[in-house]
Write a protein that binds this ligand. Structure first.
Ligand code: NAP
Length: 459
């Protein structure tokens, strides 16, 4: 039989695979890199983001005083140089993220003024356009409670207690730096619902807090007396990082603070059960309940309340209890797990349900909000492997409606002012230039309108 365009395998050079990637965070870029690297596969990739700027949490989440982590952008830029890559920034396919989509603690007082999600605070100081209208009353806050023991809790704590002169040369926004300069915060109390052996923070993150100039990390000896369940957990079950966390915290336990220092106090095995308002209606006190651990069915230590409570004064509360995925219109979503149901990356109608052909999922939307940036590289590659297995040998009549130029026409017809990767590169240079004038690595545009005005000016 004579070979025609119609029966050539999908993914060959004259029948390239056409892939749309929604979201330009690390897992999206790693998936694209895996596609471009796949043996014998040619793929045209269109990457969509609802913001004009790429890189997801690397731009809007990674702490400004952790610039080195942002070096992964170099890898993404190499991917973006591929001739079969296109970026469509400022194109919204999903619904906007909202604070309601963030995980709740489900306790009275959670919505009082002065109680914020860490995600809002992180987005605000990182210049994410969705969070620029938030305000944080740091000028009249002396004691802040941070709920949660993950790396986001570490980031928030560090930004609150670090000397602002050290933050000044980073890409933190000028507005948030001004607010932080006027901060009256003297103490951050970190509240972990489980023990030090179950803390989710990385050893280097807690050590960094312990070695900040002008602040002291405090934990009592008593807090570090491990219960039997934790000791057994450290012996078998716990990750090596858990042992390193316990070793470090044990080393510093009982140390005294310098008089002038800001304090970071670790409290373990406590859950906030109520946030109480003061006369001005703002949060003024937090009621915590002491927990004990029990071994759950899968052997992991879980917390349960003992009934013993304690109350202390606070001026602000940040909830750093994890992220939740947000649904995309028309795409199956598992409400309770906050992920898109999938079988090793193949989208399903429901958990263990039918596979939805041609749709795949990577990153936190695939596995939940776990892991560091680099975790997404093997994870995205695994999904792309499944994708390539699925197209193996598939022949299909090319659909003219899916021709690459149709996307551009469609967006133009709808009046969408999309941002290309070249546009982004000019915006990027402009931000760096604005930063140079202020002796910092970058000054970010923080509103979609100002980003788009600059994109149009620089075109
Ligand atoms: P996370 O690592 O999942 O930590 C969430 C913390 O909140 C855990 O300590 C969890 O305790 C606690 N928690 C959850 N629900 C709670 C509740 N109802 N009451 C009290 N505490 C509660 O999440 P994350 O800090 O948001 O970080 C997300 C991911 O990004 C992580 O993989 C993290 O490592 C990564 N990240 C990395 C960096 C970095 O490398 N510098 C920076 C930021 C984020 P349990 O363990 O008991 O559930």
């Amino acid at each position: 039989m004579q070979e025609t365009l119609e029966n050539r395998p999908l993914g060959s050079s004259d029948r390239p695979l056409r892939v749309a990637v929604i979201g330009s965070g690390p897992s999206g870029f790693y998936a694209i890199a895996a596609l471009f690297k796949a043996d014998g596969i040619e793929a045209d990739v269109d990457l969509f983001d609802r913001l004009p700027t790429p890189f997801g949490l690397v731009r809007g989440g990674v702490a400004p005083d952790h610039q080195k982590i942002k070096n992964v952008i170099r890898v993404y830029n190499r991917t973006a140089q591929h001739e079969r890559f296109r970026f469509f920034g400022n194109v919204e396919l999903g619904r906007d993220i909202s604070v309601d989509d963030l995980r709740k603690m489900g306790i009275p007082g959670e919505d009082l003024p002065g109680v914020h999600s860490a995600t809002e605070f992180v987005g605000w100081y990182n210049g994410h356009p969705d969070f620029q209208d938030r305000s944080f009353d740091l000028a009249s806050a002396r004691r802040v409670a941070v709920v949660g023991n993950g790396n986001v809790a570490m980031d928030v704590t560090r930004v609150l207690v670090r000397d602002t002169d050290e933050l000044a040369p980073t890409d933190i926004t000028a507005e948030s730096l001004e607010v932080l300069r006027k901060s009256a915060v003297r103490e951050v109390v970190l509240l972990g619902r489980r023990g030090p052996a179950q803390a989710a923070f990385s050893p280097q993150e807690i050590k960094e807090i312990g070695s900040l100039e002008g602040s002291s990390l405090l934990v009592t000896q008593e807090e570090m007396d491990l219960d039997e369940i934790s000791s057994a957990w450290l012996e078998k079950g716990a990750a090596p990082s858990a042992r390193r966390n316990v070793t470090y915290l044990t080393e510093i336990a009982g140390a005294e603070a310098e008089a002038a220092d800001r304090l970071v106090t670790c409290r373990f095995l406590v859950s906030p059960i109520e946030l109480v308002a003061g006369d001005d209606g703002r949060v003024a006190r937090v009621v915590i309940e002491k927990n004990e651990l029990y071994a759950s069915d899968d052997g992991s230590p879980r917390p349960r309340g003992t009934g013993e409570t304690e109350t202390f004064d606070v001026d602000l509360v940040f909830k750093a209890v994890g992220y939740r995925g947000v649904p995309l219109p028309g795409v199956p979503f598992h409400e309770r797990w906050g992920i898109l149901p999938n079988d090793e990356g193949r989208l399903q109608t429901e958990p263990d349900g039918e596979v939805v052909p041609g749709q795949y999922v990577v990153g936190w939307a695939k596995r939940g909000p776990t892991g560091l940036i680099g975790t997404n590289s093997p994870d995205s590659t695994a999904t792309v492997k499944k994708m390539i297995e699925d197209i193996d040998g598939v022949t299909a009549t090319p659909d003219p409606a899916k021709a690459p130029e149709r996307i551009v026409e469609l967006l133009r017809d709808r009046g969408v002012d999309f941002v290309t990767f070249d546009d982004w590169n000019r915006l990027d240079e402009d931000e760096v230039r604005l930063g140079e004038a202020r002796n910092k690595v970058r000054e970010k545009y923080t509103a979609v309108e100002s980003m788009m005005a600059a994109v149009n000016r620089l075109r």
